[in-house]
Design a protein around this ligand. Structure first.
Ligand code: HEC
Ligand code: HEC
Length: 479
């Protein structure tokens, strides 16, 4: 009741503000469009996502490992420069993979086997193990994991999370409201229905992760995509032979190099075979997500600095011999049956070493606080791939090739281009070149769509420039 009165006042205030134009923007920067309003469910999810009191001990939130400022992934340059695995709230403990983006992930379907393609799609995590088979929503299923994971937020039981969110938080009233909306019942504080409360927590976080605030589609690429699409041009058809025809829609948004880079991304570089350019959204009216939620083994080498290798036996029984088998490793442990009547476990062999195709949105986003605002920071290190083997920055000694000349995505790009070319390795133009190490898992490595793309710098560099256009303009701040 109180709430609806508050809303009424807000609506009146808004109408008043519009009528008399009393809200003058203070500066041009503030004239930017308002961030989209969140529903109660999404707003509760936002509070939960950023709340550092929901770990044991307190101090870690989802955003600690999925920071919007660096594309909703690990923000710590020192960690990214090394093992790339974020430590848990118990700092000596660590999982085994780099956090993927928590944004633009919500469209990944419940995991299924596509009989025509013979491939597995969907689920959450690099290996898909939050399949969605239990709750019908992989994102909601995923959201409930980190709270209880001993190498992440380390809560002993669901009730700990529920009680902290319900009784000790600034958003307890909102939680009560949302619980009522979702279940039609009031919370019985005398006898907490922990299961129901915990499910609402998962649902709220998933709703926030799917909100326009987390998926604003407001990068320069998106602006171009909308202009071209409105004019009847299909962005997924762009090629080196027709790219100039798209120029009018890129005017003032993408420069020629970036637009040409998109064309190369889509033809010779073959990136779009996995990081697809097909529109997203239920009606196909949103810009692409740069993933088809399939799985592939691109042959990433081991990251020897992965802290998991030195975790106690209880956490990692295999020690240094541990191998990340990705999707195949997960499938081998399942008992479910796929639509073709075969077990998922029987498909493990064909999927060892495969990881989910990640979105490329925000991959180039690197920032630091300059005292007034977040600015692009070339020294902020990002790590790429499930184990963070690839880095955005390199401290290279040779004066002829200083690290500022390296595009943040050049390491992984050069790998795609030359993995299978004898004599190639990293860094590229140095006299002493370290050959590419062996893949962590040789089985199922994709050798047809990558490894020897034959891109010379005049084709490869534009692709890199293009990837920089995928950074969202807006960056949500904690509630
Ligand atoms: C200690 C760091 C850490 C914390 C805290 C953490 N995550 Fe993650 N997150 C990861 C890592 C690492 C992965 C990938 C794990 C894997 O693939 O095995 C991941 C995966 C995900 C994914 C899957 C994305 C995809 O495309 O597959 C989502 C979504 C996500 N996290 C959301 C959350 C939410 C919501 C919370 C808080 C409830 C959270 N994370 C807390 C590190 C963290
Ligand atoms: C055959 C499918 C496929 C093709 C083709 C492909 N990728 Fe990928 N890409 C993947 C998969 C799968 C991963 C994750 C692999 C892993 O971590 O083991 C990935 C990871 C990445 C990442 C790291 C993202 C992150 O968040 O860690 C970048 C950047 C990337 N690809 C860019 C490209 C570019 C640029 C091209 C074209 C030159 C390309 N990819 C071609 C499948 C593909």
């Amino acid at each position: 009741m109180e709430k609806s009165i508050g809303r009424l006042f807000m609506a009146l205030g808004l109408a008043f503000g519009l009528m008399f134009n009393v809200w003058q923007p203070l500066s041009p920067a503030e004239a930017a469009p308002d961030p989209p309003a969140l529903t109660d469910l999404e707003l509760l999810g936002k509070h939960l996502f950023f709340d550092t009191n929901l770990s044991t001990p307190p101090g870690m939130s989802c955003a600690t490992c999925h920071d919007p400022k660096v594309g909703w992934t690990g923000p710590n340059s020192e960690i990214n420069a090394a093992g790339a695995v974020m430590p848990g709230v118990i700092h000596t403990r660590a999982g085994n993979r780099k956090p993927p983006s928590a944004a633009y992930a919500g469209e990944s379907p419940v995991m299924y086997y596509d009989e025509v393609k013979g491939l597995i799609f969907g689920g959450m995590f690099w290996d898909g193990r939050a399949t969605g088979w239990t709750l019908g929503d992989p994102l909601q299923e995923q959201a409930l994991g980190p709270f209880l994971n001993p190498v992440e937020m380390h809560n002993p039981k669901e009730i700990k999370v529920v009680v902290m969110a319900l009784l000790r938080s600034e958003y307890a009233d909102l939680f009560e409201q949302v619980y009522w909306d979702e279940t039609g019942e009031m919370i019985d504080h005398g006898k907490l229905d922990v299961d129901a409360l915990y499910q609402v927590i998962g649902k709220a976080i998933a709703a926030y992760e799917r909100s326009d605030e987390v998926n604003p589609f407001d990068s320069r690429f998106d602006e171009f995509w909308r202009a071209a699409t409105a004019a009847g041009f299909k962005v997924e058809d762009i090629k080196q032979s027709n790219w100039a025809g798209y120029k009018p829609y890129a005017d003032g948004i993408l420069n020629d190099t970036e637009l040409f880079g998109l064309a190369v991304f889509n033809d010779q570089a073959k990136c779009s075979t996995c990081h697809v350019l097909t529109p997203s959204g239920a009606d196909g009216n949103k810009p692409p997500l740069f993933t088809d939620f399939s799985y592939d083994n691109i042959g990433i080498p081991k990251n020897p600095l992965n802290p998991f290798y030195t975790q106690p036996r209880k956490i990692n029984p295999d020690g240094e011999l541990w191998v990340d088998q990705g999707l195949g490793g997960f499938l081998a442990a399942t008992t479910d049956t796929a639509s073709d009547g075969e077990t998922y476990a029987s498909k493990a062999l064909g999927n060892y070493g495969k990881h989910k195709v990640p979105t490329l949105r925000n991959v180039a986003k690197r920032v630091k606080w300059n005292g007034t605002e977040w600015v692009d920071d070339p020294e902020c290190v990002r790590a790429y791939g499930h184990n963070g083997y690839f880095k955005s920055n390199f401290q290279i000694q040779d004066g002829s090739f200083s690290f500022t000349q390296i595009h943040p995505l050049q390491h992984i790009m050069h790998f795609y281009n030359t993995r299978d070319v004898p004599g190639q390795g990293w860094p590229p133009p140095m006299p002493v070149r370290v050959p590419w190490p062996d893949p962590e898992v040789a089985a199922n490595m994709n050798t047809t769509e990558l490894g020897n793309l034959g891109l010379n710098p005049s084709l490869g560099q534009p692709v890199l420039q293009f990837l920089s256009t995928l950074s969202d303009t807006s960056t949500p701040t904690p509630p």
